[in-house]
Design a protein around this ligand. Structure first.
Ligand SMILES: [Zn+2]
Length: 350
């Protein structure tokens, strides 16, 4: 197993707040251009790459990996130059305390997430869970200077570099850049199949699976694969039945999440494919949260036969998201073979 962690690092560290994914798109285009037959960007910013199939009766296979990350948007700059913001995606407020962020204004500015120091909190405040409105961004500049660079509507992302720790990688936005990486690596290794393969790097997933909806409407796939991170709650305090997935136990085959019940034939096919190619896998049932799989399955006339490859991730939606390198490698192999072997399976309802 040899992972191109240098590429993963570049992908994870590149900013891409929902609706502002252009830097990610440019990076992906450079990586995949030699490996695909057609590349286009739709009106919302989804990047659609097509690898044409050999057969005249080719089915359409869509794979969706969202390239946006949870972020913020500037709503107000106060008289002292402190920035107020709204969230783009689901943040757990407590994870914002004492973090560095980047405000993407006329130029990128590093800011810190400020909140009330514990020394001046009342005992009541100390026992309260923080809310988003408790935070402000301190750019270390006065109002006059901040106004030169920052305007309402500018987006903000988390600042944190990728490091390797043991067998793991750790960074902001591994949700979902680890999947962007997996889809790029899959395109590089994919053999031509009978089917038309549409690899879609979607926008605005974190604010409600928005990009994948319009991409699926356009492509109208017969088969679909979502590609995203999932919870690995394999940490102190977790009960056996609460773990969802575990790091290092292989790529996860989604059975369901709150947005999708994966087609049971697809789940069965993916399990068989993993076994046939000796790929480590684990099942995933996530009772909250959704992925692009929902749009790929249902924003299609008559629906598509869909499932998903999920990558177990600890500390998700924080600045220290962590994935296991072996799970990532398994994810690439599982996706590649699941695309290549589609015509080996009997897809009738049994
Ligand atoms: Zn995600």
């Amino acid at each position: 197993m040899l992972l191109n962690t240098a590429l993963l690092k570049k992908i994870a560290e590149t900013p891409g707040a929902p609706g502002r994914e252009q830097k990610m798109r440019e990076l992906i285009v450079k990586e995949i251009k030699p490996y695909v037959d057609l590349l286009e960007t739709d009106n919302m910013g989804n990047l659609i790459a097509l690898v044409k199939g050999k057969s005249k009766q080719a089915h359409k296979v869509m794979i969706g990996a969202h390239m946006d990350e949870i972020g913020f948007i500037v709503t107000h700059v106060d008289d002292h130059g402190f920035v107020r913001f709204h969230t783009l995606g689901g943040f757990d407020p407590k994870t914002l305390t004492a973090q560095r962020v980047i405000v993407h204004g006329k130029k990128d500015l590093v800011g810190v997430m400020g909140s009330k120091p514990i020394h001046v909190m009342t005992s009541e405040e100390r026992s309260k869970v923080p809310v988003i409105n408790d935070y402000f961004i301190d750019l270390g500049m006065g109002k006059k200077e901040v106004d030169k660079y920052v305007a309402v509507g500018d987006v903000i992302t988390r600042e944190r570099e990728l490091i390797e720790m043991g067998d793991c990688v750790n960074c902001k936005s591994l949700d979902n850049r680890v999947s962007v990486f997996i889809l790029i690596e899959t395109l590089k290794q994919l053999k031509k199949t009978d089917n038309d393969v549409y690899a879609v790097f979607t926008v605005q997933e974190e604010v409600g699976i928005r990009g994948a909806q319009v991409a699926a409407l356009k492509i109208q796939p017969d088969f679909g694969f979502g590609l995203d991170t999932t919870i690995a709650f394999d940490v102190p305090g977790a009960k056996e039945y609460e773990k969802v997935t575990e790091l290092g136990k292989g790529a996860a085959i989604k059975i369901m999440d709150a947005s999708t019940i994966c087609d049971y034939r697809m789940v069965d096919y993916m399990r068989q494919t993993a076994t046939r190619h000796k790929i480590k896998w684990q099942p995933e049932i996530l009772t909250a949260g959704g992925t692009d799989t929902a749009a790929i399955q249902r924003h299609v006339a008559g629906g598509s036969i869909s499932g998903a490859v999920s990558i177990p991730t600890r500390h998700i939606h924080q600045v220290i998201e962590m994935c296991h390198k072996e799970d990532i490698a398994c994810g690439i192999r599982l996706l590649k073979h699941s695309i290549e072997d589609l015509s080996r399976y009997d897809w009738s309802f049994k």
